[in-house]
Design a protein around this ligand. Sequence first.
Ligand code: PEP
Ligand code: MN
Length: 303
Amino acid sequence: MDNDRPKSFPQGEQLPVPYELASLHAHQEYSLVQVGGISIGGSKPAVVAGPCAIENMKQALSIAWEVKRLGADLFRGGVFKPRTSPYSFQGLGLHGLHILGEVRLETGLNTVSEIMSIAQADMMMKYVDVLQVGSRNIQNFELLRCVGQMRKPVVLKRGFATTIEEWLLAAEYILSEGNDKVILCERGIRTFEPYTRNTLDLSAVALLKTLTHLPVMVDPSHATGLRELVIPMARSAVAAGADALMVEVHTNPETALSDGRQSLYPKQFEQLMQDINLIAPLVRNKRDSRNESVGVSPALLSA
Ligand code: PEP
Ligand code: MN
């Protein structure tokens, strides 16, 4: 690597990065994000699981109890859904938030749900423990500033066409409002390949661990669109150094109002949990001898 460095960047010199607060160089230590008693970025990968969308109380509670029993740390479920078509199910809105509140009360699982606009901020405060900024909103700068001010942990999904630098700069918007509880979530990018919904960029996971102190999550469900691919991609994500996984699970995916095709059956989720419990200790013991910050820039890569 060093031999490939252009002359203008002498060995050992750090390249300036535009995302100062997010950079590993400035921080030196990997950050932990705490949600209730759960640590994201710690010695064990955290697992967020649940349906794509909250559909009704019975559906949400039955999935939540299943994923809790199988070892999930947090419950996910969208109530404001960013759908490609305005005619598709848009989520239950405030009623869905009430359901999330009930799930938290009954199961004790903290909740993760997507905020799509600033107008939703007040109602989300009460029912949602981790705010999700979705792929389509990663450069909604007003929303980023808003979740920065809300001071709750934020899962910041990568846009399907954003570079790693744009993604880190989006994180910088949240951090610069004084909210340091940001988790980056790789969920696949759009490529020329139509057989999968997106293309999971696992190199981004390993690279981010050299660029930023922020914990990195991987969502193999939206990355692939196919439940058959979710377990192998989840295993690979943990092997690549992911600090957390976000997985869609449904007790009856055939009738799901969104993303049924990529939702795991509880039995498959059980398998996934067993697999990552085997893989994670092998990978994460090595994490203490941290990689040097490589300060990659397009200039370096093309040199
Ligand atoms: C989701 O997690 O429900 C979602 C819509 O994901 P993304 O923003 O990654 O498409
Ligand atoms: Mn979904």
